[in-house]
Design a protein around this ligand. Sequence first.
Ligand code: LLP
Length: 420
Amino acid sequence: MHEYHYEACVLLCEEMDLRDAAQQFGTPLYVYSKGSVLDHCRHIEQAFGDTSHATYYAVKANSNRTLLKLIAGEGLGADVGSGGELTLALQAGFRPRSITFSGVGKRDDEIAFGLRRGINAFNVESTEELEIINALAGRERSRARILLRVNLDIDAGGHAYVSTSLKQNKFGIPWQQAADVLRWAGTLPNIEVGGIHSHLGSQITVEDTFRRAAQALTRLVMDLRASGISVNDLDFGGGFGVQYRGYLRHPHLPPEEPEELNLSAASLVKAVLPLLKETGCRISIQPGRSIVAHAGVLIVKVAFRKEAGEKVFVVVDGGMNDLIRPSLYHSHHQIVPLLLRGDPHETVDVVGPLCESGDFLALDRPLPRVVRGDLLAVMCAGAYGFVLSSNYNARLRPAEVLVDGSSASVIRERETVEQL
Ligand code: LLP
């Protein structure tokens, strides 16, 4: 599971010296461990034991084609959020029957595409969307399977931007209206009602939050059935949190309080599975982050060490356009030198080269003292890293490489200025 470790003070990914990867492919650079992706898939699948279920990998977390192929090869399905993700998932080898389509604003052409390819289900967010899917399915002479996304009005904690299950959020239909909407959906000629779906939010680290959601969903399924509505499928969504703080430990590294220690999607799934099984439904989940976050790092090079009054800035060659999570959500990513020399620690801001003060990777962070040319790894950057990168400041998106044992191969070329 843990594919990054220090050997003689040098950071390795599997058996590869990450300094060699930086030398060979340049920086900033996304590196992924193949073993880590596979292990995380397997770990989640094992959590279900012999319970019949489906796991739809949330493609939005990382849609690199090579990683998608690896995940499809493990027998997982895919949850897509756009026509683009649907195309990538199909090309990567996910069977249409193993694909679900989520999202609050699906376009007509995206819905028609999904219908033509015969995907497993649309997770529907509004009555208007349901009407459109019904009409488009009629036009395509097909039938659409749908799951109704219910909004449970549960506070998932974490950052407000990724909390999706409060009643003031744009997602889903208030659970109190589920019976009426599903009864009506059952009368639509081109709609087959599969069941219900919920997704609480992302980076949820508290087991009890999932348990409360599972209880609410189980009660809802029972109530729906009592009023004559058949519910066969229950999709529990994703959102399983991962450990970011203190991911790597070493005597030369400043210790980080690992508040999320021992967190794993597998244990969270195990905590809710008995409840969900009470419904007798076919259970599915949509994990994204928990499959790919730990597999990836962003490697950056120190451009300058700049002292300004009380402050020390470590200016690196990767910024908010390469990894926006710290700027956007104030997310914590551990940052570590690829080579530990035993230097004294100092508190610094690790900042990028872009034109605004929001461009940082870490603020007030204790770090071993670094100098120009040193290489740093921004840990746990495999999820919502490259996919959220941009060309802001006309910067080129980084390359992505996959490490397998002691070798690495490019799985996405660095962008060139001609592509801008
Ligand atoms: N299912 C649905 C319907 C979703 O909207 C999402 C994520 C997932 C599954 C997967 O959730 P996960 O297991 O990855 O937490 N950019 C943010 C996270 C946004 C999550 C969006 N939806 C971040 O960097 O933290």
